[in-house]
Design a protein around this ligand. Structure first.
Ligand code: NAP
Length: 287
C-alpha cells in the first residue's frame, strides 16, 4: 500500500483564502479590518521566526497587525498591563502571547489574562474548559488543523479507533478532546505508556505529537491508518517529523509530510480563529 499524502500546504492556502474573503466581507460591512495582536517577549530565535510568519500571513489575509515586542526582562505587571490594553482595544480581535515565555514569567497567569473571546490560540483555562465541555469556543490551532486535514481527506472519525501520542495542553490533549467530540474512541499515549507500538497499532487514526524524531515506524502503524505527524525537528538534512515518512507511507492509508503538513495548517487556523473572533464580537455588539 502507498499512502495518500494529505497536502497541508495546499489545504492551508485554501483556508487562508477563505479567511481573506471573510476579512474582506467584515471590513466592507463594518468599515474597519479586524486585528491580530502578537506579543513576543525576549529574543528566542525560533519564537521570532514563528511570530514573523504569523504576522505575515495575517497581513496577507487583510488583518491589521498589532505587534508588541517586550524585552526578556519584562516584568509580570508590564506584560499584564499590555495584555489588559489589548483586551480593552476594540480593534484587536485576537491576542496571541507567543510561548515559551522567558524564565520568571508565569505563563498560566499571563495567558489567562486574555479574554476568552480574543483567545485565538485557545489556550486559556476558559477556552480549554469550553472544549472539555463541548461548548462553542475558539479551539487550539494545531489540533484544529489536524481535524481539518482528516476531514479534507474524508477520513471517518465517528466510531473510529484513534490514538494520540502526546498529552500536552498545546497539542495532544486538545487533539484527543476534538477527536472524542467527533465520535472517535480515543486513547492518549505518553512517555509512561508501555508497549507503545501495541497501543498505536490499534489506531485507524494516529496522531504523532511526542516531539521525538522518527518515533513512529511502520511497526507502530495499522495498515490503512491515517497518520498525522505533528512533530517538527530541525536536523542537518532539513525538517523532519515524529514519523518515519518513507517506511510508514508503505503501510498507512493517509499520511502528512513534514514539512508541508500540519505546520502550515496551524497558522491557517490562527487566522480563521481571528476572523471568527471578530465576527462573534460584531454579532454580540448588535444583539
Ligand atoms: P511537549 O509539550 O513536549 O509534549 C510531548 C508529549 O509527548 C508529552 O505528553 C510526552 O509525555 C509525550 N512523549 C514524549 N516522549 C514520548 C515517547 N517516547 N512515547 C510516547 N509519548 C511520548 O510537546 P508539544 O508542544 O505537544 O509538541 C509536540 C511536537 O509537535 C513537537 O515536535 C513540536 O515541535 C511539534 N509542534 C508542531 C506544531 C505545528 O504547527 N506543526 C505545533 C506545536 C507543536 P509526558 O506527558 O509523559 O511527558
Amino acid at each position: 500500500m502507498t499512502a495518500t499524502i494529505i497536502d497541508g500546504t495546499a489545504l492551508a492556502a485554501e483556508s487562508r483564502k477563505e479567511t481573506a474573503e471573510r476579512v474582506t466581507a467584515f471590513t466592507r460591512a463594518y468599515g474597519w479590518a479586524p486585528g491580530l495582536a502578537t506579543v513576543l517577549i525576549g529574543d528566542d530565535p525560533a519564537s521570532e521566526v514563528y511570530v514573523r510568519r504569523k504576522r505575515k500571513a495575517a497581513a496577507e489575509a487583510g488583518l491589521e497587525d498589532f505587534h508588541h515586542h517586550l524585552p526578556a526582562d519584562a516584568s509580570h505587571p508590564q506584560v499584564a498591563a499590555l495584555i489588559g490594553e489589548l483586551a480593552e482595544d476594540p480593534r484587536v480581535s485576537g491576542i496571541l502571547l507567543q510561548l515559551p515565555l522567558p524564565a520568571g514569567l508565569d505563563r498560566y497567569a499571563l495567558v489567562d489574562l486574555i479574554p476568552v473571546e480574543k483567545d485565538v490560540d485557545g489556550l486559556t483555562t476558559a477556552s480549554q474548559g469550553l472544549l472539555a465541555r463541548g461548548l462553542p469556543g475558539l479551539r487550539p490551532c494545531t489540533p484544529s488543523g489536524v481535524i481539518r486535514m482528516l476531514d479534507s481527506a474524508g477520513v471517518r472519525l465517528d466510531g473510529a479507533e484513534a490514538v494520540v501520542i502526546g498529552r500536552s495542553e498545546l497539542v495532544g490533549h486538545p487533539a484527543a478532546e476534538l477527536l472524542l467530540r467527533r465520535g472517535a474512541t480515543v486513547t492518549i499515549a505518553h512517555s509512561r505508556t508501555r508497549a507503545l507500538a501495541e497501543v498505536t497499532r490499534r489506531a485507524e487514526v494516529l496522531i504523532a505529537a511526542a516531539g521525538i524524531p522518527g518515533l513512529v515506524t511502520a511497526e507502530h502503524v495499522r495498515p490503512g491508518a491515517a497518520v498525522i505527524d505533528v512533530g517538527i525537528h530541525r536536523t542537518d538534512s532539513g525538517l523532519t517529523g515524529d514519523v518515519r515518512f518513507a517506511e510508514v507511507s508503505r503501510t498507512a492509508g493517509w499520511i502528512t509530510p513534514v514539512p508541508g503538513g500540519v505546520g502550515p495548517m496551524t497558522i491557517a487556523m490562527l487566522l480563521a480563529n481571528t476572523i471568527t473572533a471578530a465576527e462573534n464580537a460584531a454579532y454580540a455588539a448588535i444583539r
